[in-house]
Design a protein around this ligand. Structure first.
Ligand code: ADP
Ligand code: MG
Length: 461
């Protein structure tokens, strides 16, 4: 998915207010009724309709009139909210090129004010195969509170808290910097996913180091559950870093042994195939491993002394409730259970192609946000000037907003919108004027006629 952050420059405060209103409405609506958006946003001079049209144009919201007239956030809209918040907090100032694409995430470089580079991972739970979506749908049918925002946010929070905890316990993981919504900010790893590496100076040493990590994780009460060549980064000095933690489980999980053995098998198979290490006897040989005292045998789950409870403690410390953990685990596990270990060449080839693609530098230049309407020429011009800089590093671009003021505004905005949201929901239950009726008179003979496409999309409005 393309993340064109240039659009951010043209979004006004009202745009963000309405976008945030849609997000708030999504707490209990998959599609937020238009009138609820209007009531939550409570723009001083009205005009939610016009703002929604603008958001729709930039694909930040999606219009749905199948059951009733309403909107939902798109991933792009959610990305913008997270990015804006991070920028306001001063975590980073610019978004750069895409450096990775996972099954359910997109990874981008971002630049800090001092020019140093970090990485952000935008979680996208729900961007999955039809098969996986179907199985989730079966599970989710019973869950009214579900939506992909919720799950992506949980995945990010879980990943962030684990990254932090693992780092504190001396594991080689990226430095966890910040987390907001579905976005995790972390240090940039200077290396390659192991799957892209064809030769190693000392494959045996790397292999032992990686197996050692699986054992050490178990000693800390954890199983990675997706420990394979895609989630291990390696640099030129053959130093390894493990990534990708939303699916981790406790060693007290009822399927712990199976997950542990699967992680071990993935590594054994990969090193056996790619680096010709003679590990065949150990693959799938979980039964005899305890007796195998000669040479290097595969790690055995039952003989590791584990400190159970680590996972629960860390999650509790991060503010995760038990219910959230259950929701998350159930969702992720269902998918993992269906997945094969990624050692076969077909899979690897497919992933090779997708990693590090869409190398596009996106720049945010010094300009306060303003609305897009009536400014098409200016946007085109600016976009062209940005595109001219595609090959340059992302760190030249900056937001130039007053951060302290924005921070305050951000909190105030959320507070005031929350208040509006409560009022709006109550009002909607009582029944009231709809957004369509509030705004329809404004469109007569107005600008709306020149944007017939959007008019069409808005259907019943
Ligand atoms: P997913 O959960 O979707 O599999 P990952 O966390 O595994 O996502 O990341 C996908 C890819 O993005 C990785 O294979 C790697 O190439 C790249 N990547 C992820 N995190 C970083 C990072 N901190 N630094 C550099 N590259 C990263
Ligand atoms: Mg991964």
């Amino acid at each position: 998915m393309k993340l064109d952050v240039n659009v951010l420059r043209y979004l006004s405060k009202d745009d963000f207010r309405v976008l945030t209103a849609v997000e708030m409405g999504m707490r209990n609506h998959e599609i937020v009724p238009s009138e609820l958006v209007d009531r939550i946003a409570s723009l001083k001079h009205g005009g939610t309709y016009k703002v929604l049209k603008n958001l729709l144009k930039h694909k930040l919201v999606h219009h749905d009139s199948s059951k009733y007239d309403g909107f939902r956030l798109t991933y792009l809209g959610y990305d913008f909210l997270a990015i804006k918040t991070m920028v306001n907090r001063g975590v980073f100032t610019a978004v750069g090129r895409q450096i990775g694409v996972g099954k359910e995430s997109d990874i981008f470089e971002v630049a800090k004010e001092d020019g140093s580079i970090l990485a952000i991972k935008l979680h996208r739970l729900g961007r999955t195969s039809f098969r996986a979506v179907k199985s989730k749908r079966d599970y989710l049918r019973h869950r009214r509170s579900f939506n992909w925002l919720y799950l992506s946010r949980l995945a990010a929070l879980k990943e962030f808290s684990f990254m932090k905890a693992l780092e504190e316990h001396g594991f080689p993981v990226p430095n966890a910097v910040e987390c907001n919504r579905h976005c995790v900010v972390m240090s940039l790893i200077h290396g390659y996913p192991l799957v892209q590496v064809r030769e190693l100076q000392s494959p045996e040493v790397v292999f032992e180091r990686i197996l050692g990590l699986i054992v050490r994780l178990a000693e800390h009460g954890l199983i990675h559950c997706d420990f394979n060549e895609f989630n291990i980064m390696i640099d030129d000095e053959e130093k390894i870093t493990m990534i990708d933690f939303p699916q981790m489980v406790s060693v007290s999980h009822r399927n712990a042994q199976m997950y542990f053995d699967r992680d071990v098998d993935c590594i054994l198979k990969f090193f056996s195939k790619r680096f010709n290490l003679s590990l065949e006897e150990q693959i799938d040989n979980t039964d005899n491993s305890e007796e195998d005292s000669e040479g290097s045998s595969r790690p055995c789950f039952s003989s590791i002394s584990k400190s159970v409870g680590f996972l629960d403690r860390e999650l509790a410390a991060s503010g995760f409730t038990r219910k959230e953990q259950d929701d998350m685990d159930k969702f992720v596990k269902e998918e993992k259970d269906q997945d094969q270990c990624s050692e076969d060449e077909e899979d690897s080839a497919g992933m090779d192609e997708t990693i590090v693609r869409d190398v596009v530098s996106l720049h945010l230049l010094d300009q306060p946000g303003h609305t897009v309407e009536g400014n098409e020429e200016e946007i085109k011009e600016n976009r062209q000037s940005c595109e001219g800089q595609l090959s340059e590093p992302c760190c030249e671009a900056h937001f130039n907003e007053d951060e302290s003021e924005e921070n305050v505004n951000d909190t105030e905005l959320v507070k005031s919108l929350n208040k509006q949201r409560r009022r709006a929901i109550a009002a909607v239950h009582r029944g009231g004027k709809t957004i369509a009726s509030r705004n329809s008179y404004k469109d007569k003979g107005g600008r709306s006629s020149h944007n017939s496409k959007i008019q069409k999309q808005l259907g019943s409005w």
